[in-house]
Design a binder for this molecule. Structure first.
Ligand code: NCD
Length: 358
């Protein structure tokens, strides 16, 4: 897209830039027709999604042998990445770390702002700029709303920009989780996601994974979303407006059993009580939104049960042995989807002989 003078002015002013609709901002985070900074689920179109899934399938197959692993780890062994995760994380951190290592990328990490120079009073913006002096990629999880986006915006205005991947930003978005969730749907349904009913359950208001996944669903035809949540945790208005605008059918209910019956995928989530102001989520009876053994009998025979993890009581451990429980596989899919995304961002996909099958 050609940039107008007005657009260039807006790009210089963060507050103005932030207030622009995401569709307008997307081009700012692309290079040579590709995703450069991966910040929002809306950056993925169907073609890119399915291409990344095929890269992921290929990487996981070829790395089964030592020769294949040597090949994969030669793809980006001239690059370094910084994992800046100053919010708790186990699997997203580990899966990104290992995704980098699969491709040969060397990694460094900060997981606690109190041991970085931010503690000495450095602004988070300067901290991010510092990373770019040492590395070629920043993968970032941050508790402040829009901070990941702001970092990418800032970085793109420096002389040494490096791509930024959003590994979970406050309550806003978690695009790579949506990528791996969709990859899981793709693998579970033999490559056919169109026409499926996806039930999302729990704290939809503050869960960034369900927000990003909802945005990604615009890439598939005849989808039906079922939002199952207590009134306090209903999906936010901006997502509902998005679904209406894109003609994606959805309905909202408080009735868990009713909502999961017809679903092809049931996506459970935990209460995001780290966002509580004064323990308000303690008052909510979350047991009504928990998947237990008895629910295995009421869902479809070929439905899948998903969860971004970590879980608490939303899925009882007795469910784990059912073949429809997909969350552990979903977790592993994350590493492959993320290594595929990173290879795509750096353009080394051209060196991989990518397979065609779903
Ligand atoms: C999720 C997150 O951090 O948003 N976890 C993850 O990345 N797998 C979900 C959660 O913490 O509930």
């Amino acid at each position: 897209m050609e940039r107008t003078i007005e657009m260039m002015e807006i790009e210089k002013n963060w507050d103005k830039f932030l207030s622009m609709p995401i569709e307008t901002k997307i081009s700012h985070f692309m290079r040579e027709g590709r995703i450069y900074d991966c910040l929002f689920a809306q950056q993925f179109n169907r073609e890119v999604l399915e291409y990344i899934f095929r890269i992921a399938n290929t990487l996981r197959r070829i790395t089964k042998t030592k020769e294949g692993m040597n090949f994969a780890s030669s793809l980006l062994n001239h690059k370094r990445a910084m994992l800046y995760f100053i919010q708790p994380s186990t699997r997203t951190f580990l899966s990104f770390l290992n995704a980098c290592h699969i491709l040969g990328i060397k990694t460094s990490e900060i997981r606690d702002a109190s041991i970085s120079s931010e503690y000495k009073g450095e602004s988070p913006e300067d901290t991010i700029r510092t990373f770019s002096s040492y590395v070629d990629l920043i993968i970032m999880r941050h508790p402040a709303q829009n901070f990941v986006e702001k970092s990418a915006w800032l970085m793109n205005r420096t002389k040494r920009p490096v791509p930024i991947i959003n590994a979970g930003s406050s309550k806003d978005q978690h695009p790579t989780q949506a990528l791996l969730d969709t990859y899981t749907l793709y693998r579970s349904f033999g490559g056919v996601i169109d026409g499926k009913t996806i039930a999302m359950v729990g704290d939809l208001k503050r869960g960034r994974t369900v927000r990003s996944l909802s945005f990604l669903m615009e890439n598939y035809k005849n989808m039906k979303l079922v939002y199952i949540a207590p009134p306090e945790f209903k999906m936010e208005r901006d997502v509902i407006d998005f679904l209406n605008k894109k003609n994606i059918s959805y309905y909202e209910t408080e009735n868990f059993e009713e909502g999961i019956k017809e679903a092809d995928a049931i996506y459970m989530t935990r209460i995001q009580d780290e966002h509580d102001k004064s323990g308000e989520s303690k008052k909510i009876d979350y047991s009504k939104y928990s998947f237990t053994k008895k629910h295995l009998d009421i869902i479809k025979k070929d439905a899948i049960i998903m969860h971004p993890l970590p879980r608490r009581e939303e899925i009882s451990v007795e469910v784990d042995d059912d073949p429809r429980a997909m969350y552990w596989r979903q977790e592993r899919n994350g590493m492959w989807a993320r290594s595929a995304l990173i290879s795509y961002i750096f353009g080394v996909d051209a060196k991989i002989h990518i397979e065609n099958k779903a």
